[in-house]
Design a protein around this ligand. Structure first.
Ligand SMILES: [Zn+2]
Length: 57
């Protein structure tokens, strides 16, 4: 019987984590999810980046 163990257990190679980006609905720039802010005051909810959220205050 083949006692071969699978070397690629998952820890060795990490697939490139795809950064989730959102398009700011105001400046239309792609921003990472962390920088996105959803403004519930607007309907439908407006999703903008941090910078825009600041300016909209
Ligand atoms: Zn923006």
């Amino acid at each position: 019987m083949a006692a071969e163990t699978i070397k690629e257990g998952g820890k060795a190679k990490k697939p490139k984590p795809r950064e989730i980006t959102f398009k700011c609905q105001r400046c239309e720039r792609n921003r990472p999810l962390k920088e996105m802010v959803s403004i519930a005051r607007f309907r439908p909810v407006l999703v903008v980046c941090r910078d825009c959220a600041r300016e909209m205050r």
